[in-house]
Design a protein around this ligand. Structure first.
Ligand code: NAD
Ligand code: TYD
Length: 349
């Protein structure tokens, strides 16, 4: 094996796509998936690659510095791609401290472990921190987030991610740690946990349940197919400049209400239901506190410098995503049993 890369959060939504991409594209790498398997982590996401000879799973919680150090000392990674996080805004509103522990302290623990392991020679080493556009706060009706936009997080989730980004840059400035950071817009695609807008709506449409749209539904997000995010991470990890950040986005803005209507239309067509059937399920519900009006990424830096651009249109990506959920009912059943039911009751009833 030429290189060992630790990918944190590899059993989650985006992490599982990054693990698959690395395991299949780089047979000469040893890919170590470090994941605590919280409610959002699911090894079923990786069934197709778990037998690969260059793949290893390690159940470790990043809030445990001793365990993280032991893992780094065992595998001696040259690279870290850090995705493990508490990732859902609504959960951060009810349990902000969980986000501080994992997103802030967990990130600092990983930075400490990398710094300790690499301190004598940073040559060929890389710590890639995967962050979000939500650190920039909210836009009005116009404008875009660029790499120069000042941080202005509003939710406990985005505050914890902004804090983790600051620690990453602080370790670069103070200790010279070779870091890169990506700030990406909203992802969608296969294996997305159905607490987030798109998979929650698909799940509810399939089960003829109300489709809860927060507030007036005019909130706007910039959606990117998850595999295009994984491709961007691959490029930045390998070719990005040390110390730099790269915004990643879909150039694809949708108001929530329009997106939910499009989902209703596509699912109805695929199921052969009469047009308009699922739209009747749309229910406007109490707004999310501190709800950011609009996110939109200017991804021209990664496009110009590294040649990255989204590979699928939204219509294609959404159609593939719906097909995946229709073909993976068992997956959906597993992840929506148990804890999910309690979460759903508390959040929506
Ligand atoms: P996810 O919630 O689906 O997965 C998170 C993974 O991290 C899970 O496998 C979970 O088990 C693991 N994890 C959580 N706490 C842990 C801990 N203490 N120790 C070890 N593992 C732990 O999240 P996601 O949507 O795949 O997001 C991955 C990363 O990408 C996050 O850092 C998130 O902030 C960032 N991001 C997400 C989006 C998005 O739209 N989902 C957009 C931009 C950036
Ligand atoms: P979400 O998928 O939670 O991502 P984020 O908050 O990180 O952008 O939500 C996307 C948008 O959809 C956001 O404006 C909140 C809204 N939303 C609803 O209207 N209803 C829901 O049930 C959920 C989960 C989200």
């Amino acid at each position: 094996m030429k290189k060992t890369v630790i990918i944190t959060g590899g059993a989650g939504f985006i992490g599982s796509h990054v693990v698959r991409l690395f395991v299949t594209s780089y047979p000469e790498y040893r890919v170590v998936n470090l994941d605590a398997l919280t409610y959002a982590g699911n090894l079923e996401n990786l069934r197709d690659v778990e037998q690969a000879s260059n793949y290893i799973f390690e159940k470790v919680n990043i809030t445990d510095q001793t365990a993280v150090n032991a893992l780094f000392s065992k595998y001696q990674p040259e690279g870290v791609i850090h995705l493990a996080a508490e990732s859902h805004v609504d959960r951060s509103i009810t349990s902000p401290l969980d986000f501080v522990y994992t997103n802030v302290i967990g990130t600092v623990n990983l930075l400490n472990a990398a710094k300790e392991l690499w301190k004598d020679n940073y040559e060929g080493k890389r710590f890639h921190h995967v962050s979000t556009d939500e650190v920039y706060g909210a836009l009005g009706e116009t404008g875009f987030f660029t790499e120069e936009t000042k941080y202005d997080p509003h939710s406990p989730y985005s505050a914890s991610k902004a804090s983790s980004d600051h620690f990453v840059y602080a370790y670069a400035d103070t200790y010279g740690l070779p870091v890169v950071v990506t700030n990406c817009s909203n992802n969608y695609g296969p294996n997305h946990f159905p607490e987030k807008l798109i998979p929650l709506m698909i799940h509810n449409i399939l089960n003829n349940k109300p489709l809860p749209v927060y507030g007036d539904g005019k909130y706007t997000r910039d959606w990117l197919y998850v595999i295009d995010h994984a491709r961007a991470i691959d490029l930045v990890f390998h070719q990005g400049c040390a110390g730099e950040k790269y915004n990643v986005g879909g150039f694809n803005e949708w108001k929530n209400i329009d997106l939910v209507k499009l989902l209703c239309k596509q699912v109805d067509e695929k199921l052969g239901r009469p047009a308009g059937t699922s739209e009747q399920l749309i229910t406007f519900v109490k707004d999310r506190p501190g709800h950011d009006l609009r996110y939109a990424i200017d991804a021209s830096k990664i496009n110009k410098e590294l040649g990255w651009k989204p590979s699928v249109t939204f219509e294609e990506g959404l159609s593939k995503t719906i097909d995946w959920y229709l073909e993976n009912e068992e997956w959906l059943k597993h992840v929506t049993s148990g804890e999910y039911q309690q979460y759903y009751e508390k959040q929506y009833n």
